[in-house]
Design a protein around this ligand. Structure first.
Ligand code: ADP
Ligand code: MG
Length: 393
């Protein structure tokens, strides 16, 4: 038992704060995307895995609609009434305290209740997470899904993975106001231990794909964060929509390389390159699944490399730090492939590494990144975990 693990921290803090043991513990994982970047909002394919890093809530249900939540990592407490989480403006709610992080739980309450949603009861809870914030590992989806799982315990509604994921995406898009695709919430809900999960972002179907036991997935945090992700993200989305319109398809998912080349003369060069990334990336995801199913880790790694080059050159969402850490990983022993992961401009990369060389890889990649960038990267050996839900003790 590690006393610093969020599971232990929330349990301890709950007892101290509420004077009793919690009735339940729930967890929801962060995620790392192995391949398929900027394809989710194009109705395409992604291949993420849920991480063994997660947001945890210790809770006891209440009979009224009040939610009391102590965010241990931020040393902040919040209170709201689910009855007032029905519109963006909750003025008049004596329990409403506005503030950054609390908008996630409030948005979850709103999204779970809206349009044919669930009748919610509140809970007393304590929240803590070991998903690093703002690193591109989706700490926000982890918090949303942990809060949803807490409401599931207090309110006993049927847990439909795709429906919950869709509602959590709405919480993030419409309540918090961050445009994002469905990937983070769906993998957080549908993760399977020791598996990546192929997600079809059009019909939200999921297919677990076993990861090669002889390889490790290493997440490499550049220790850089970019503030302008939002505007660049919206611009890329608009360019993809423009490309889809020009190609006469509802989303780039439905276009292929031949159609794109045929339409090229009429396309803005930048729009053409954005579309080329998305179309080729969708193909790479399906090839990566095939490679995993064939037990061909080297081919999987090669596709990760190609994904990074496409993101760097065609989609232009990499950064100097991401390129440096990817190069450092590729040059280290046992690396089969590496790419940036997440929206880009900072945050993390991910590498496929032969387990036999893992210690040497970690030392060499960290040292190479340090000398290339002057920064201390953080390397995390990731294990694929199960999706959100009640923790079994
Ligand atoms: P990420 O890429 O990690 O998802 P976001 O900017 O989307 O980054 O989400 C980070 C936000 O999610 C934080 O600013 C905070 O509001 C919320 N959040 C994440 N982790 C926690 C936590 N442990 N406790 C409270 N709120 C959290
Ligand atoms: Mg997020």
């Amino acid at each position: 038992m590690n006393p610093d693990h969020p599971r232990e921290r929330v349990s301890r803090a709950f007892a101290a704060e509420y004077g009793s043991e919690p009735a339940a513990l729930v967890r929801a994982p962060g995620r790392v995307n192995l391949i398929g970047e900027h394809t989710d909002y194009n109705d395409g394919f992604v291949l993420p895995m849920a991480l063994d890093r997660a947001a945890w809530i210790a809770l006891t249900p209440r009979t009224d609609g009040i939610v009391r939540l102590h965010a241990l990592d931020l040393e902040q407490r919040g209170v709201f009434d689910v009855a007032t989480a029905t519109r963006r403006d909750a003025r008049g709610d004596p329990h409403a305290e506005h503030g950054g992080w609390l908008e996630y739980p409030r948005g979850v309450a709103w999204a779970l209740q809206e349009s044919g949603g669930h009748v919610l009861r509140g809970f007393d809870g304590v929240l803590a997470s070991d998903v690093p914030r703002g690193a591109g590992l989706s700490s926000s989806a982890a918090v949303e899904l942990a809060v949803a799982a807490a409401f599931q315990v207090s309110s006993a509604f049927a847990w439909d993975v795709a429906d919950v994921a869709r509602r959590m995406q709405r919480a993030e898009n419409r309540w918090v106001g961050v445009a994002s695709g469905i990937m983070d919430q769906l993998i957080g809900a549908a993760g399977v231990a020791h598996h990546a999960v192929l997600i079809d972002c059009r019909d939200l179907s999921t297919r677990p794909v076993p990861l090669p036991p002889e390889c490790a997935i290493v997440v490499l945090d550049t220790a850089t964060r970019r503030g302008l992700v939002g505007s660049a993200y919206n611009e890329r989305r608009a360019q993809c929509e423009a490309a889809a319109r020009a190609l006469g398809v509802s989303a780039l998912r439905d276009a292929d390389g031949a159609a794109l080349e045929a339409a090229r003369p009429g396309l803005d060069e930048l729009v053409y390159r954005r579309a080329r990334h998305v179309i080729s990336e969708n193909r790479r995801v399906l090839e990566a699944v095939q490679a995993l199913e064939d037990g061909d880790s080297a081919r999987f790694g090669g596709l990760m490399d190609a994904s990074h080059e496409s993101l760097r050159l065609d989609f232009e969402v990499s950064s100097e730090a991401l390129d440096a850490i990817v190069a450092s990983a590729r040059a280290a022993p046992g690396c089969l492939g590496a790419r940036m992961t997440g929206a880009g401009f900072g945050g993390c990369a991910v590498a496929l590494v032969e387990r036999a060389s893992l210690p040497e890889f970690l030392t060499a990649a960290a040292a190479a990144y340090r000398s290339a960038s002057g920064r201390e990267g953080e390397l995390l050996v990731a294990t694929a975990a199960a999706g959100a839900g009640r923790a079994t003790s």
